[in-house]
Design a protein around this ligand. Structure first.
Ligand SMILES: Cc1cc2nc3c(=O)[nH]c(=O)nc-3n(C[C@H](O)[C@H](O)[C@H](O)COP(=O)(O)OP(=O)(O)OC[C@H]3O[C@@H](n4cnc5c(N)ncnc54)[C@H](O)[C@@H]3O)c2cc1C
Length: 379
């Protein structure tokens, strides 16, 4: 196995890093900003990244990319997060909503939405989870009823990150309540300014703008908002979620936080403590394991097309790394890690939600047991 980057990839990383150094202050951290702040920064920086070819390099050229390899996409994810993730939630459009539109969209949807996502001037949110449908997503109850040339949508979505600043919602709704629960679902591309959508903030541990509660009341959508075939969304959703699971190189953020914690340990005379050193080693190993598994996913995508099982395995390793770095931060910084709004505090917030956002670790383990070990599927 050769883990070395090619000369061309190293050069690409260097050019991207130089561009990001110019666009973003060295201590930038979107994870520490309010939603309105990161959204404004994202809309300022992403069009510049798009112009330089760094926003959607691995997209097909016809949709605004340049057919770059999955490895270049890994480099983009790593460098973005090393620079504090200046894209904010823009990655949702780039990493999985855009690819879902490529997979299932009409020519008109592709032309309109893909050109906007690849230009970096549009933010999306994901309206999947509901108060009684999280792990069991297919149990969702938001209804979209066809009425002539329109659908009428009624229901509730929760935990919808970034919905106050989003321009569009990637909405999953039930279009046929009479069939098995996975079979009656459809996807919609919904402008957030459509009348009848209300957005309510939900206070949460991860700070401003992570969580919202959306209410849809008699929302009228043109039939052209439907993505793919009616009642056949489940396959697209599964593919989109597999992309989501490797969308952000969280291990690269963990690496950055490990560096910060090491600087803290040196400053506070703790870097020679054998217990501290052991914890650093364990956390660093967990981060490295996640990184290597991310490369495995990229390898699968390059050579065999998208593979679900490696994406799920990577995702579990990524959560373990997040937790290891969180525990290190708490042990090292002590009670201040709970209150100081510094690096340990931020890592604690994101570590707490890491095994929940994008699907819980238990559900990922169930899926790995099914896909990799051939055990019966748990739905
Ligand atoms: C930071 C953050 C951001 C999020 N952003 C979004 C977003 O933008 N859009 C969106 O749609 N959703 C979002 N979510 C929601 C997220 O997808 C759900 O929280 C997640 O799918 C879990 O659903 P739930 O909260 O209803 O928990 P539940 O499904 O109720 O699970 C509760 C517990 O039971 C366990 N459990 C449930 N079923 C099983 C089973 N079959 N086997 C074993 N264990 C099981 C779970 O693992 C968990 O520990 C976000 C969540 C977080 C934390």
């Amino acid at each position: 196995v050769d883990f070395e980057w090619t000369a061309a990839e190293q050069e690409f990383r260097q050019r991207l890093g130089t561009t990001l150094d110019e666009l973003v202050p060295s201590d930038y951290d979107a994870f520490a900003l309010s939603e309105k702040e990161w959204a404004a920064n994202s809309k300022r920086i992403c069009p510049r990244l798009a112009e330089s070819g760094y926003l959607t390099p691995s997209w097909p050229a016809e949709y605004g990319g340049r057919d770059a390899s999955a490895f270049e996409q890994v480099i983009v994810a790593e460098e973005m997060i090393r620079h504090g993730e200046p894209r904010g939630l823009q990655y949702m459009g780039v990493n999985y909503i855009g690819p879902a539109i490529m997979m299932a969209g009409t020519p008109e949807q592709r032309r309109y939405h893909l050109s906007r996502i690849s230009a970096g001037d549009v933010l999306w949110c994901q309206g999947f989870s509901e108060p009684d449908a999280g792990s069991d997503l297919a149990a969702l109850r938001t209804r979209a009823v066809r009425d002539g040339d329109h659908y009428v949508v009624n229901g509730e979505k929760i935990w919808t990150s970034g919905s106050e600043v989003a321009d569009f919602c990637f909405l999953l709704a039930r279009t046929d309540p009479t069939v098995a629960k996975h079979k009656g679902l459809s996807l919609f591309l919904v402008p957030m300014d459509t009348p009848g959508i209300t957005v309510h903030k939900v206070e949460g541990v991860v700070g401003d703008g992570a969580f919202y509660y959306l209410v849809f009341t008699d929302v009228l959508l043109p039939a052209s908002a439907l993505l793919g075939d009616e009642n056949k969304a489940w396959t697209t959703v599964r593919r989109a979620l597999a992309f989501e699971r490797v969308g952000v190189a969280k291990y690269a953020r963990n690496d950055r936080y490990l560096d910060r914690f090491m600087a803290w340990a040196i400053e506070h005379g703790r870097a020679d403590d054998p217990v501290v050193r052991r914890q650093f080693a364990e956390a660093a190993a967990a981060v490295e394991m996640a990184r290597v598994l991310a490369l495995r996913v990229a390898t699968d995508r390059e050579h065999e097309g998208a593979q679900d099982d490696s994406a799920y395995i990577y995702r579990i390793a990524s959560v373990w790394a997040e937790h290891a770095v969180m525990e290190l931060g708490i042990e090292l910084v002590g009670p201040d890690s709970l209150i100081d709004d510094g690096w340990a505090d931020r890592q604690l917030s994101w570590g707490l939600t890491a095994g929940v956002a994008g699907g819980t670790t238990e559900m990922q383990l169930n899926t790995v047991a099914h896909l990799t070990l051939g055990l019966p599927r748990v739905s």
